[in-house]
Design a protein around this ligand. Structure first.
Ligand SMILES: Nc1ncnc2c1ncn2[C@@H]1O[C@H](COP(=O)(O)OP(=O)(O)O)[C@@H](O)[C@H]1O
Ligand SMILES: [Mg+2]
Length: 266
């Protein structure tokens, strides 16, 4: 068996309590373990406040980790520092919920897509322009979008640009935090289809966070259900969708106690 691309073991993330007399905060992520094989998608689901974003922030090395380990492509990811950390970050692409907040309104789409390449030290020029146009087209937008600005785009178009930017440095892992939650339902499906195509084309691995179990069930090979910082259930998507063990998971599917009462028998 090949080693997983991402391996998280007993991860604990705890934010500092605010205020002088605040009690020690309980962990936002409480001994979470997961294993993501290369080319696979893990859906992380849970109600608001269950620690999904904190888990992603730890994987992106944006918050301090209290204990536990993260191994990325066989390397101790928590030990990476300075320039090595910056370089290794290129192997992770990140897509946030709201593209209008994550894309600079001052820049053109071409400038937005060039940014990560320039930051890596690539030279501006025809090769870079080509690469940017190919990226954008691979995400479903023609080159006439390049001179436009994010605020001129629809939510779905802007999220396509955000995904193209996340892929600019050819990451092996794409980390997405509620990437379709701000979009209309019809547009959500288009973005999910795009992500599935990209996954197949590039052999991408994905960590896909959402509060909506139905959204992620289409795209994820494995599911991990979180509540109050802990994993309550995890396994193959098919198994969880057909026979969730936890009532909490059933409630996330809309088949919880309350829903069951009024659900027609079939
Ligand atoms: N920057 C922060 N400072 C302090 N507490 C935070 C911070 N971010 C999140 N939390 C707390 O951590 C817990 C998990 O939050 P979060 O990871 O955002 O959950 P989710 O993404 O599942 O909604 C919540 O109790 C939240 O209030
Ligand atoms: Mg969140």
């Amino acid at each position: 068996m090949t080693a997983p691309l991402l391996d998280v073991h007993n991860l604990v993330v705890r934010y500092k309590p605010r205020g002088l007399f605040a009690a020690a905060a309980k962990p936002a992520v409480d001994r979470v373990s997961l294993s993501l094989p290369a080319g696979s998608t893990l859906g992380v689901v849970g109600e608001s406040g269950s620690g999904k974003s904190s888990l992603l922030r730890a994987v992106l090395r944006l918050v301090p980790v209290e204990s536990g380990s993260i191994t990325l492509d066989g390397q101790d990811w928590l030990a990476a520092h300075g320039p090595a950390l910056r370089r290794a970050r290129h192997s992770i692409g990140f897509v946030a919920q709201n593209p209008f907040l994550s894309l600079s309104p001052r820049l053109t789409i071409a400038q937005i897509l060039a940014e990560p390449l320039l930051a890596r030290g690539d030279k501006p020029g025809a090769a870079m322009q080509d690469r940017i146009a190919v990226l954008l087209s691979r995400c479903g937008l023609p080159p006439d979008f390049l001179p436009r600005r994010a605020r001129e785009l629809s939510g779905g178009q802007a999220q396509r640009v955000a995904i193209a930017r996340a892929l600019a440095l050819s990451p092996r892992l794409l980390v997405l935090d509620e990437p379709t939650s701000a979009l209309d339902v019809s547009v959500q499906a288009q973005i999910l289809n795009l992500l599935m195509d990209l996954k197949a084309d590039f052999g991408l691995s994905m960590l896909f966070v959402t509060h909506n179990l139905k959204v992620v069930a289409h795209i994820a090979d494995q599911l991990m259900v979180m509540r109050q910082g802990s994993v309550v259930e995890s396994g193959a998507t098919e198994r969880i969708m057909s026979a969730a063990e936890q009532l909490y998971t059933q409630e996330l599917m809309g088949f919880g106690r309350r829903a069951q009462k009024s659900a027609p028998t079939s």
